[in-house]
Design a protein around this ligand. Sequence first.
Ligand code: GDP
Length: 526
Amino acid sequence: MNPSDEIHKRRTFAIISHPDAGKTTITEKLLLYGNQIRMAGTVKGKKSGLHATSDWMEMEKERGISVTTSVMQFPYADATVNLLDTPGHADFSEDTYRTLTAVDSALMVIDAAKGVEERTVKLMEVCRLRDTPILTFINKLDRDVRDPIEVLDEIEDVLKIECAPVTWPIGMGKSFKGVYNLLRDTTVLYKTGQGHTIQDVREVKGLNNPELDEAVGADYAQELRDTLELVQGASHDFDLERFRAGQLTPVFFGTALGNFGVDHMLDGLVQWAPAPLPRDGGERQVQPDEAKMTGFVFKIQANMDPRHRDRIAFLRICSGRYHKGIKLKQCRTGKDLRLGDALTFLAGERDNVEEAFAGDIIGLHNHGTIQIGDTFTEGEDLRFTGIPHFAPELFQRVVLNDPLKSKQLHKGLTQLAEEGATQVFFPLRNNDVVLGAVGTLQFDVVAARLKGEYGVDCRYEPVSVSTARWVEADSDRELENFERKAYDHLARDGAGHLTYLAPTRVNLQLARERHPEIRFRETREI
Ligand code: GDP
């Protein structure tokens, strides 16, 4: 098939939601529609003991949270859908922010009982930076939830995005009857207890069809007609252009657990969400259907699969086609790399791929040479922009319980730091090892992973560091001079970059004033 046909079939998206809104459950159902699992597993959670197929680390199973970002590809209708899973917990937000730079659209899942929650607000802000088109699924209609009109109002007010309802619910909780699709003028009837399967649904065409009164009850049918009149006056009609510009979101109602209404959303996604979009390659805009392959790394993960014990760099293809044996240039280092064994990810199962296209994510084996933000091309010098790397805000000293494991500790921390969620610092003046993170949970994750993956047993002690800044200067001489003067506060990070570890904010402020020639960066340029 013509590569450009393949590219136009791609829909690459991520789910944004507050924890517990139903992201994992909906992911399961999407994979069910993608025919990737015969029966969607009951959602992870301590109670059920069953885990979602998209969760693969021990840690997340124990805690019932998603730590990793997994990538899942599945066919649906005429499209090839790439779903990039993101960790829901706020301590892993960096990972999520970077993943959102690798998608072309996003699905926002809202708990209909809770409305717009804090994480969702934050994630929407990130999507705004790139005007990512957003679809909305309002979940848990099988429970007693808030008035749907009120929830839409809240989305419009708080998230400043216009809502265009595509489906509308009939009843809720025990009397949830189904949804009416405004664009198809069809009511689809809900049956309980069918959540694990793709249901045979009964459909009633036409809002004024007497069959509807018989199917849902005359009262509910009349209420639906009245509400819709109100809704259509007060809300927006779906508009493809405004959706593509990130100004309007098509809204779908349903229950992920009951697997109802999810398919309407998925139909909307493949029909309206954009195929891979042009990207800013620094030097120029890169069009997805250019013949030559380009891409950037947005995530690195160590030891993804305990059976393989390796590090994988996740690369989003921005243009062209990957094929086995392709020679690519890593633009940061200028080095060439022949790729014989890139991976794709089917719900946690990894496979060698023969070919992949713009919009797809491939996994590259990384032996420590690839960094987050790296651009790869077939030779041209480009640099895809906009992948953030944040300075950590929390610090602890890592202390080994077995002093002989120092080498493994350094290796483990450096490799885990490549993933971008933590940073390791080696102060110049002593042999301390300082770990920095954006969220406290990261420290537990690192300790558990050091033990499980590197056989290193360690504990943490407080350290007098309140913030870190990567330092730069125009000349090497200025930097060397600074290194001498600020020696006691300087460290190298896992990648060897000079970093200033400030014991207090005031100290940082003073250092800034004393050394105007030095740039103190909060994000590392990548
Ligand atoms: P996540 O944290 O966003 O991934 O949320 P989960 O998918 O793990 O769902 C959180 C909880 O809500 C779980 O107990 C789910 O079983 C439950 N849940 C998800 N979707 C629905 C739904 O449509 N109806 C009901 N009643 N519960 C749901």
